[in-house]
Design a protein around this ligand. Sequence first.
Ligand code: TMO
Length: 314
Amino acid sequence: MNKFTSKVAAAALTMTLASVSGQALAADSSKPIVIPTHNWSSQVVMAYVLGGMFESMGNNVEYVPSDSQAVYEAIRNGDVTISHEVWQSSMGASFYNAMAKGGLIDAGSHAAATLEDMGVPHWVVEQNLCPGLPNWEALANCPEVFATADSGGMGRWLEGPQSWHGQLMPERVAALGLGDSYVVKFAGSADALWADLEAAKKEGRGTIIFNWTPNFTDADGFDFIKFPPYFDGCRTVDGGDGSCGSPKGWLKKAANYKFPKTHPAAYTMYAKTSFNATDIGQMAALVDIDGMSAEDAAKAWLAAHEDVWMPFTQ
Ligand code: TMO
């Protein structure tokens, strides 16, 4: 046999073996797939959901609490294997920065479209506490409706933890000319946002908080403020004047560049995996409404939704 025919023979043998077993021949490494956990519920539940899916395929997994910006550098370096909720507005820049340095790949998008922005619970609009909402211009006329004990008579925007997007909202308040009437306070945790929503409803006071969709709050109704539309470059970190809202964005999945090679079956499942707004809202609600631990929530979600996730493993 010359070189060419021996190659063809080898390929034919491989094809025969593959069709006999009906499976790919490459086996995944037994090294654990390292999954990060951050500080909002759907992300943590989805970490354990994916972990359960990987384990159902025979893979080993490990979970590490991680900062939601620094995680992309950790993926690039190989310390963390994936990031399964890359939200465009808050994390897009860190994701692409790490990709540009080399070592991080885009493993596709979830079906869910996203928005991360300031808003009010729907009943604030319904009760007309600040006429003209959800248009942002209405805010100028009613800062007192959103004043709190710590806001010095100004209206308060309750931002999420500062680790999510730094000075984005203080810069926006200033850029929109609302700096004399509104002040931004950072919540210590996502739970502090939900506690404020509940307290405001009980007290019948208005509140403006940072929130996102998909989330468990979609079910009750949450009205995002309509700011001037987002465009690339409008934020101060991107050289703009900052007077824009957040993008209607994507939700991507990131991975270390070696993951497809070391764990081809697991990577194929991960690349196929796509959750929609209903799935993600359910994952958050199991923790934030039903009070389950993230691990238990993931077990419950997996048990109830085999029709959703099993096809990704096949
Ligand atoms: C990153 N987050 C979904 C909390 O906006």
